[in-house]
Design a protein around this ligand. Structure first.
Ligand code: AKB
Length: 315
């Protein structure tokens, strides 16, 4: 497999060694996308670029430009690839639990694990952008230019995963609202104090990054006829912020973490479900996370952040 990577900044040296070519640029640059389309035949497009929820709330017009216009640019790019190659091209789209919007905490508690079609009433620009782009994917696959004499249907094989908050040992996210979990961990591991911006009882689903990567490549590999949906929710574990704090303190007893809720960001997280029902993904393409809460911390996050910040375990 040969990967052509496009990002605003060049990736680190290790990632570069895994890529056939690294292009520094912007998904808003249509000339750049046209040039790539003319140079290569792509089997699949992974569209991972987005402004996350907190940043999108602060800059809604920019969010729309990156999250929506950027997606349309890549969908058009994929249509042109499909025409060039005379076959359907896969389009992998990471969406988010942010497409759900629950009106209050009592409803959130009652709703429990939400299914894909439940509570699709996002309260954030980011959630609205993601939900709209899921629908654009369906449009481009099934109804694109439906009035044309010879409509271009079947050009895109759109496959989407709604991710929970992701926790990576290697990168600290910026601009998200689920960021309190990775921020708490990375601050503790690197000896910095941290003010957690949500209440201890705050609960949403999370996932360890290796499971998220595996999920995308597994969904890409599955034959189309096994997929009963275009959009799948997946989950791994759904700890409260207090449980994350306890786990971080267990690994880093000297960690200086306080809860200082920011009521506005809290409101966003409170509108997201406590967990997701991922039975469709389990049934259709065998989704199963490797990392539950304990394994994520014991076998992946703690050893890797210790290595990253060069702390002996249990500092
Ligand atoms: C965010 O916090 O905006 C993202 C997400 C939940 O999609 N991590």
């Amino acid at each position: 497999m040969r990967i052509v990577a496009l990002d605003l900044h060049p990736p680190d040296a290790f990632v570069q060694t895994r890529c056939h070519r690294v292009v520094t640029g912007d998904i808003s640059d249509i000339a750049l996308l046209d040039n790539l389309a003319a140079t290569y035949d792509f089997d699949a497009v992974y569209h991972l670029a987005a402004l996350l929820s907190t940043k999108s709330e602060r800059q809604p017009r920019l969010a729309n430009k990156v999250n929506v216009d950027g997606t349309i640019n890549l969908l058009e790019f994929t249509v042109s690839q499909a025409r060039q190659q005379g076959r359907a091209i896969k389009f992998l789209y990471p969406s988010s639990i942010a497409v759900h919007g629950l009106p209050d905490l009592a409803t959130k508690a009652r709703a429990g694990k939400v299914c894909e079609d439940d509570w699709c009433e996002p309260t954030t620009m980011y959630g609205i952008n993601k939900l709209y782009c899921e629908r654009l994917g369906r449009y481009y696959e099934t109804y694109y230019r439906q009035l044309d004499a010879a409509p271009t249907v079947g050009g895109i094989d759109f496959r989407c995963i709604r991710f929970p908050g992701l926790i990576s040992a290697l990168t600290v996210p910026t601009g998200g609202t689920s960021d309190y979990a990775p921020e708490m961990l990375h601050a503790a591991a690197s000896g910095r104090s941290y003010a957690c911006f949500v209440r201890p009882d705050t609960t949403i689903p999370f996932m360890a990054m290796p499971d998220a990567i595996e999920a995308l490549s597994r969904l890409e590999a599955v034959p189309r006829e096994r997929l009963s949906r275009k959009v799948y929710s997946i989950g791994s574990f759904a700890p409260s912020a207090a449980q994350i704090y306890d786990r971080v303190k267990q690994a880093f007893p000297m960690a200086d973490v306080k809860f200082v809720p920011d009521l506005k960001r809290q409101g966003i997280v409170d509108s997201w479900p406590v967990d997701v029902d991922d039975s469709a993904a389990r049934r259709d393409w065998g989704w199963e996370p490797v990392f539950d809460f304990d394994r994520a911390f014991d076998d992946y996050l703690i050893p890797a952040v210790n290595k990253r910040y060069r702390q002996p375990p249990g500092r």
